[in-house]
Design a binder for this molecule. Structure first.
Ligand code: UTP
Length: 222
């Protein structure tokens, strides 16, 4: 059965999104007969808030990442709870525990990267050629769509072009902040396509899972 690897932003998986998570878990449950899923959950605002206080207190980056990882795991456990009573859905502490699974839900692993990188590494491990990155914007824009109304959505962008933009914007939050540098490099070295979508649109989400045409950005080789 085909493996679908999803990186779910913490902006989607959190205690304020109960109704959405009910719909999301129903959608995944309805597709469990056709696919196996690995869902890697991010930390979102809660992680940023915790990290910011600990940073003010003087903790080092490694320690701050450890806090972030724990929050991603709490969010992953929260998501798992929306599948209560459904067989074959497991929370994992690490992608190393992935074995026979229908739906494996996990968070961060080690300091120094994000859950997007964990999703890309999972795809490498399972020889999958695609990761769906679900966030709360419609894809990757040339400018921050939350600040600029005329921001342009890329339908397709190559790893090289995205990395070039990334380097240009190192000093400020750039257009591609949806994905971090390491994730793009892992995708590039193993030629893994990243489909960036607005996870709030469940119908569009289904299209991306099924490999149909969807609204969002496809990151791949030229
Ligand atoms: P996220 O994956 O949510 O980071 O993990 P992010 O992409 O910066 O967050 P969003 O997209 O804005 O929601 C939250 C934090 O947890 C730590 C990092 O500090 C990260 O910023 N983390 C996460 C790790 O150190 N390792 C991991 O494997 C995952």
């Amino acid at each position: 059965m085909k493996n679908i690897i999803i990186s779910m932003g913490g902006s989607l998986v959190n205690i304020h999104n109960k109704e959405y998570l009910e719909n999301f878990s129903k959608m995944i449950s309805s597709l469990m007969k056709d696919y196996h899923f690995v869902i890697v959950v991010g930390g979102g605002k809660i992680a940023r808030d915790y990290i910011s206080i600990a940073r003010e207190n003087g903790e080092n980056e490694f320690f701050l990442d450890k806090i972030g990882i724990e929050i991603t795991r709490v969010n992953a456990l929260l998501l798992k709870s929306f599948f209560a009573g459904i067989d074959g859905v497991k929370f994992l502490n690490s992608i190393d525990e992935i074995d026979n699974f229908n739906v494996a839900i996990t968070g961060g692993t080690h300091p120094g990267h994000t859950t997007d990188a964990v999703a890309l590494l999972t795809a490498e491990m399972l020889n999958s050629k695609k990761v769906i990155n679900a966030t709360t914007v419609d894809g990757i824009y040339d400018r921050d769509p939350k600040k600029y109304k005329d921001a342009k959505l890329f339908e397709n962008i190559s790893y090289t072009d995205l990395l070039t933009i990334f380097m240009k914007n190192l000093s400020s939050a750039g257009p591609n902040q949806v994905l971090d540098f390491l994730s793009i490099k892992i995708a590039e070295r193993s030629n893994i396509e990243i489909d960036v979508i607005n996870g709030l649109d469940i119908e569009n989400f289904k299209k991306a899972i099924r490999g149909e045409k969807f609204k969002g950005t496809v990151v791949k080789e030229k």
